[in-house]
Design a protein around this ligand. Sequence first.
Ligand code: BYC
Length: 330
Amino acid sequence: MYGGGYIFDEPNKRPMQDTIDDPVKLAEFEQRIADGHKIEPGDWMPNDYRKQLIRMIEQHAHSEIIGALPEGTWITRAPGFKRKLALIAKVQDEIGHGQLLYNAAQTLGKSREAMINDLLSGKSKYSNVFNYPAETWADVTVIGFLIDAAAIVNQVANAKGSYGPYCRALERICYEESFHLKQGHDAFIELATGTPMQRQMVQDALNRWWQPIMHFFGPPDKTSVHSEKLMKWKVKMASNDDMRNQFLDAYVPKIWELGLTLPDENLKKDEATGKWLFSDPDWDLFMKVINGGGPCNAERLQVRKWAEESGRWIRKALMNPNAARSFPVA
Ligand code: BYC
């Protein structure tokens, strides 16, 4: 895939661009971005812009297909037919988001197969939050409400970014995510205003998920590795800390209004600065989880490996319908 200083345009194996950036082209490129133009796949772009976008979009795509797993295990156990239907539709949407994002990443020259291989080998990351178990139905409501809300904060901002295919995918994803957020919020409120046992379930789930959600926006700005460059190139439209603050601003009041608590006694808004104050989440734990050491990393990858292997015959059949007759009907 990568070789000889080029990134190849698969399947044509056509060199797309040398790795050494021409300073004149780089200055023109940065000016186009500063002027608010979108960059499209055939346009000249610095090699690092391409690499950063592949990294980020690919991680996002993996997060969607891995993110479908904790909720997917609850489809048969969701309380009642209406909740089961909504969850089936949501999980299906998440897989569709993965498709959109893999397509967007492919426009930058990395094949889908290479991306899936990097996920399965542990080379590529995916969102920390999906490495925790959904122990009860209340965990599913916290995912549907607060993780979808966190994702929307991130995606609404980045949909206004510089790379056309990623922005268009994010716009479409945000429409669907807002339905997910509504169903998550509705299920969350149902528990929060239900019996004492239901309230306790949702409180316990909040306590379990709060730290992973604080981690979701990435490390603090002062230690973020990629933010500066990504923000300069308008791939990220707000810093990790700004996104975290936007989320806290919009959602902490909604949780407190329901009489629920959050497991951080230092959490409060500094009205003078508009910034939320909170205890530093455990960033060593975050690093451990995103590098494969979370409670469910091994299980998540095992399921994806099973899906990859079990679906190989059907992908082959789709690529070559004439040969389909010789494949087993599994
Ligand atoms: N999890 O320099 P930094 C969904 C890594 S799915 C894992 O700040 P950056 C949903 C980061 O990759 C939506 N890793 O990075 C689906 C980097 O490591 P590498 C998921 C993380 O890129 C189904 C290192 O830490 N959303 O909502 O500037 C059901 C240093 O970080 C995380 C996206 O993927 C993390 N949370 O900023 C329900 C959004 N945070 O690559 C819901 C797209 C950081 O150098 N991504 N790392 O080895 C982004 O917006 C940015 O990549 C991030 C991180 C804000 C996440």
